[in-house]
Design a protein. Sequence first.
Lengths: 495, 495
Amino acid sequence: MTFLAVQPVDGQNYGSPIHEHSENEVRDLIARAAREAQNLAKLSPQKQAQLLRAIAESIESHRAELITSACAETGLPEGRIGGEITRTTVQFNLFAQLVETGRHLRVVIDKADPNYSPAPRPDIRRQNQPLGVVAIFAASNFPLAFSVAGGDSASALASGNAVVAKGHPSHPNTCAIVEGAVKSALKSSELSEDLFSVVQGVNPQITHWLANDENVKAIGFTGSENVGRILIDIASKREVPIPVFAEMGSLNPVFVTSAAISERSLELAKGLVDSALLGSGQFCTKPGLVFVPASSDGFLAEIKDHLATLKVGPLLSASIAKRYSAAISELSSVGAVKVLAGITNEAGFGATPTIFVTDWKTAQSHPALLEEHFGPTTVVISADESQYLSIASSLKGQLTATIQGSSKDSVQPLMQLLSEHAGRVIWNGFPTGVAVTEAMQHGGPWPASSTHTTSVGIDAIYRFMRPVAYQSFAQDVLPEALKDSNPWKVEQKIN
Amino acid sequence: MTFLAVQPVDGQNYGSPIHEHSENEVRDLIARAAREAQNLAKLSPQKQAQLLRAIAESIESHRAELITSACAETGLPEGRIGGEITRTTVQFNLFAQLVETGRHLRVVIDKADPNYSPAPRPDIRRQNQPLGVVAIFAASNFPLAFSVAGGDSASALASGNAVVAKGHPSHPNTCAIVEGAVKSALKSSELSEDLFSVVQGVNPQITHWLANDENVKAIGFTGSENVGRILIDIASKREVPIPVFAEMGSLNPVFVTSAAISERSLELAKGLVDSALLGSGQFCTKPGLVFVPASSDGFLAEIKDHLATLKVGPLLSASIAKRYSAAISELSSVGAVKVLAGITNEAGFGATPTIFVTDWKTAQSHPALLEEHFGPTTVVISADESQYLSIASSLKGQLTATIQGSSKDSVQPLMQLLSEHAGRVIWNGFPTGVAVTEAMQHGGPWPASSTHTTSVGIDAIYRFMRPVAYQSFAQDVLPEALKDSNPWKVEQKIN
């Protein structure tokens, strides 16, 4: 069986027929990955870093092909796809930089101490070890940076795991090119190509086969709360439950103060609309709720005027376009909601950018206004500024929460409250655009993510390792990273 | 309603009637804890360390009372209880040492960089923050060091969380004394006593009330795989799922080589039996499976002779005693199993230390031989040494796995394989006795624990915090630990 990609720009098929993986094939790929996993796990940090850099180079060498394929399959502009290729290679290179220091192994050596309290202690040495095979579910909205060799796969490979990645059926040709690039880097590094495989298909059972296979030791997932719940349910009912690192929904609320509007009304209006419409509103960090002070009529007029000039690219898939148009109809039908519109894109999976304006009382009685809607829309809610704290405390977990204010505002109470509900709190910025840095936190209280980890930035690597302590082994037997002679020259904390 | 403790030594009631908490009372204590949580969270690391030391001192000041109560309620000897009190205070003091450095906040500061690739980066600063209220379920087998103010509660408090702990009904008077000690330390530190509460009762619904209360943000649990699964199920079905850090079953297999037997047969036989019988065999790290080479008749005779001289203290509770005696009957009835016995303790919840000897083939066809049985028993399995690798790879996840060998053995392949199945791998030692050190790992693949964390040692603190990133905030607004001026003098990694 095969399936075909569909071009968002015109709804036509694109590329080669893609092989739909059967259950046997999926299980066979996982078994092959499991057989080879130890060969990756045992490499020195230096060799592992070399592999990560080789993958980055190999992906880079397919830049032209990837741009052609990903632009066609996602309808995203060339500049965005080019940036994503760069981000994908940067991610591998950042992990390489970390891995070659061995710092991610978090080696701690407690030497034997007969005088230790409450009891003499033996020699105990701990390091992080990879898990084996990790299953990664690619996101639709980042065809490279969060797809089959995106941040999740990069962090799983960087920590020494074999990866079986489920390609997203909305960009299968792009996934196939990336698969080839990674396999070719494995081959040139004299490692088995079985260490990285992509499974493809539109059959929803593939998700189950991956999540319940006994050789799969952890799951990385980016997608909806519904599918996240299904994965967590499958994973926790296994004979041996496994962790699911799911990054799911977020409304990314923005709180605008009246002082901010007084200081930079037009800049703010444009910035907010642009952030909500960026990538056709298909970022997990899209500002989906914007709180503005009551009596912000001038500011709302600026939002309306700016929006009226804007048209966005088509949505990523027919199903996203359908859900978007259903959501817009539903929200439009709520009384006491003003509907602002941009320019309709009629081609393919095109859509009309739409912003809803309402008040907090209306929003509270219409739950759909407080839900995430993928696509170029946001909900602007007017409220008394004195209500911001109670509004913030009523919100679910978020990837980000933003305050747009002035240096005259007393911002600390709101910032602190938002930090209890979000993984990242932003001052006078916009939530879209997630820097890939060490301090980045991309993940927050449920439903933003299922665990207290990050899926962006180098700390993502710690999701796919577990600590193992070695007690009283002789130097020549210990794993290399734990030896006193430290042949791998990794960072060791010695007590 | 009230209930009474029962003395293992004679089955008689002990101590005061203990108030059984109702649902309203449990929810009220959680709500109170939630209201106060922020007052603990916002303390400086130095003040938090002071509180932890004050708790340790307060517990120490109740030493005499605690020894009387815990010895009566558990039947454990005074030396053991005294050691546990010391371990409990050591745990608080170790966390104090860590917390005052602020290292646990894992502060990372990425300063703004307009030249950062793939895109300019804003100023991003990350720290770990406490979760709010953590529910801790006390273990029966450590009436102090893993009870209401044991390692789990200490790590939750040390990371700045309020704690509501469920006392184990087999040592309720001890739990009440500890509760008073912690509350008095809170009071003397000018903090609300609501930050730490103990709920007590024999009603199994208490577990549900704690696990599904919306103010509870994480669970720490030590107990059986069955109850662990129930907690994980409740926690994952909540509107807002929460993490469950469960430490559950482990068989702690020991692999003995023939070279080890040649070198130190008697010492080994005694050491193994003593480790299996320590604390009446009620440690989570008890060696529950011992693999010996075929034709180890002399060694088995030494085990038999040593066991015959030993008597253990009573079991912790009537239910443990009942399950132990049922398990012993079941295993004794398997054909092809030799039953070795120690001296029967007839008092109260006394039991007969019993060791089963069989071969690998028999063990494989009788699953009960490969399950955890709480109490003074272990299963010795003879196998060809060449089978050790395949046996090891067939085992479930373990807290520990041990090799008893000789420097003549090629130990690396077995050590590496065991490291894939256990949290701690031990050479020529015994698994009982878990040093409270930085490199310690107490937790392993399922069912040893539900996550890749440790519940013993200072890294246990990271279970109860989550990272939050602050983007572009002004210096005077940022949390203290993230300021350039670093008023708390915490460890900051600055990029």
